[in-house]
Design a protein around this ligand. Sequence first.
Ligand SMILES: [Cu+2]
Length: 122
Amino acid sequence: MMTIRTRNTLRSALAALLLAVAAPLLAHEGEMGHVPEDGSTVQGTPEEIGIHFDGAMRITQFDVIGPRGRVSLEDQPGNDPTEEYHVRPAGDLEPGRYEVRWRGLARDGHMMSGTFRFTVED
Ligand SMILES: [Cu+2]
């Protein structure tokens, strides 16, 4: 009797814990799209580079890494939460592979991060 009751108590405690862990994950803002598209190839320098989220995200880091290292960006928007974050390269991007690395703060306070890649052709 005692053992069964203890086991049931443990089971409901575990279920409550799983719910508590799962709920914030369901509420998370996610990446909805990338500019240029992840894995795409673009002709020449893209006019803008950015991400769309399905909820407000406060971007804390947004780096574009190319064949020659970090790309200079013309503008880095402020720290206001936004659903669309776009930057323009300060100069022409030489042909090659590029990776965007970003970090942000979701509304629930969790740090989010991601990467996406694109290729620039002549
Ligand atoms: Cu979270």
